[in-house]
Design a protein around this ligand. Sequence first.
Ligand SMILES: [Zn+2]
Ligand SMILES: [Zn+2]
Length: 268
Amino acid sequence: MFINDYHIHSEFSGDSNQNMRDIFEKAISLGLDEIAITDHLEYDIEGMTEKWILNLDKYTKTVLEYQDEYRGKLDIKLGVEVGVQPHTREYLEEQVKKYPFDFVIASTHAINRCDLAWGELQKTKNKEELQRFYFETVLDNVKKYEQFSVYGHMDFVTRYGGPEYRGMDYHMHKDIIDEILRTLIHKGKGIEINTSGYRYKENRFYPCTDIVKRYFELGGEIITIGSDSHIKEYLTLDFDVAYEFLKSIGVSYICGFDKMKPVFKRIK
Ligand SMILES: [Zn+2]
Ligand SMILES: [Zn+2]
């Protein structure tokens, strides 16, 4: 069966020390056909330290060199995970356009320079307010940002802030989530199933099954699966759950990407 992991971080990310070559060797040992390296590209977040500044020249050159070296053994795609904020969209689009990416994940990690992981946003908003604020920002990003293939972990707002911020109820934000999904579909963009939620003890992937189902119901077709691994041991973790789920809702394929174009691959 064709297996591709489309959300992987390496030592080029501010929050990973994972050597890139070791990722490729691990991927081969796991029998993967294809992977996308998607290191973090972030810009203008409060307190962002130097290690978070992605050297795009060096990064893309490194991935492309490995791509050549591993040709025939493992298909390596040049990807990136762009942390989009309303005020940084234009700058990030300019950056992304300069390089020959195969695949770009757009994610909302921070809003108004404030990283969700820090807990500042949670100080002034309860769970429902924070989720609303988060989805409003995602919608705004989805409408106005162009340089991406799939939206990353679309509802991972529940990951931070402790137990009282956990849990996603699609129906509570159905209006706005549907608008996000319709916009994505209209623009020919996809979503990812990000399996890291199992590791974050949420016992689910991002986004929740209701949102993935709804994306297909509304006519969406583009879906990738990613482990969001920051260490090689997490490659493809809990992918079996994602495949089973997709099959249970009648979806028999997943996507890879080549030069920003989706390539559909059958799952058996
Ligand atoms: Zn992310
Ligand atoms: Zn990530």
